[in-house]
Design a protein around this ligand. Structure first.
Ligand code: AHR
Length: 330
């Protein structure tokens, strides 16, 4: 009898602890900044789903592209005694010390989009992000397969790789995937590889300088759509025709990139979804309900979009951007 009473009491205490947490639960999100259309959509998704969730208090911090601001924000969240921290890491390294402080404060951590390189040394409840290596592989595979489809599979083709923010998970992973896929298409010859920092302005400036210093660029692999769009402006200003004189493959699949494809100025974009709001809400609800977390990084299903559709990049076949542009919300 005594045992039964103790068990019931323990259950009541556990349930009331969960509901006390659920009532005034404070969630804090450290975002890296607003460098691209993708990032704006990502911020909007998390701010809407988590920020507008009934009964939750929400703190949002924009680090203005500086890791030191993110570290400061995390320490502030600890001081404020938040209940859950959501984090996107601007770069891979330099997180172990502060994330161990988060662990010591026993604040559950949810990792979104870009992961830290110390995941095996820290505790976290859940992790969601794009498969960056696969996205980079698909970019080059699309170019290789497309060239084959137009009878240029044996022609030596000069490829420029415009990288994202140096040291970020998205840049490191996509570069690995880009270079890996180049090995499978020996006709592709790398003539440039440099960072455009994931912004439209820096993508434009880098393309301007490449067009002055490099004899021939046939294909541009831009690790996000913003840089591809900046490069398109530079190509036009140099009197060349984007999408024809230079084949352009972006990444993200934002609506403006679909429009550039429909307009014939861009050729393809590899999807990387920014819409993590619902997944973060679900993880927080699971956490509050006492469910076990997971060490796996969950990757969403993502597509490939281009002018006509039908290019098989291995594992996925491209879809015509013009057929889906109206459904794209970001
Ligand atoms: O981490 C995701 C990447 O970051 C997106 O591809 C890019 O547009 C953003 O800035």
């Amino acid at each position: 009898m005594k045992k039964l009473v103790a068990l019931v009491l323990a259950m009541i205490m556990a349930l009331s602890a969960v509901s006390a947490l659920a009532e005034g639960v404070k969630i804090a999100f450290s975002q890296i900044g607003q460098e691209s259309d993708w990032r704006t959509a990502n911020t909007d998704s998390i701010n809407k789903w988590v920020g507008e969730h009934e009964g939750w208090d929400y703190i949002y911090d924009d680090a203005q592209q500086k890791q030191e601001n993110q570290i400061k924000a995390l320490r502030n969240f600890i001081t404020q005694g938040v209940d859950v921290i959501v984090l996107t890491c601007i770069v891979d390294s330099g997180w172990e010390e502060v994330l161990k402080e988060v662990n010591e404060a026993e604040i559950p951590l949810i990792l979104v989009d870009r992961m830290p390189d110390c995941m095996d040394k820290i505790e976290y409840y859940a992790a969601f992000g794009g498969d960056f290596v696969e996205e980079g592989r698909r970019q080059v595979a699309w170019a290789g397969e497309y060239l084959k489809s137009i009878g240029r599979g044996d022609e030596e083709v000069c490829v420029a790789i415009m990288e994202g923010t140096t040291g970020s998970g998205a840049q490191v992973g996509r570069t690995e995937g880009n270079l890996l896929a180049m090995e499978a298409y020996p006709n592709l010859k790398k003539v440039a590889q440099q960072s455009g920092n994931f912004t439209r302005a820096e993508g434009q400036a880098l393309m301007e300088s490449w067009l002055k210093s490099i004899d021939k660029i046939d294909v541009l692999i831009a690790q996000n759509d913003d840089m591809a769009l900046g490069a398109i402006d530079a190509i036009k200003a140099a009197g060349k025709v984007p999408g024809k004189d230079i084949i352009i493959v972006g990444c993200d699949s934002v609506k403006v990139a679909f429009q550039a494809i429909v307009d014939g100025e861009m050729n393809a974009t590899i999807e990387c979804t920014p819409l993590y709001g619902p997944a973060v809400v679900k993880a927080i609800e699971d956490l509050l309900a006492g469910a076990e977390g997971s060490k796996d990084i969950l990757h969403p299903e993502e597509g490939v979009y281009d002018t006509d559709g039908g290019i098989d990049v291995g594992g996925v076949v491209s879809v015509k951007a013009g057929d889906v542009i109206d459904e794209r919300v970001y």
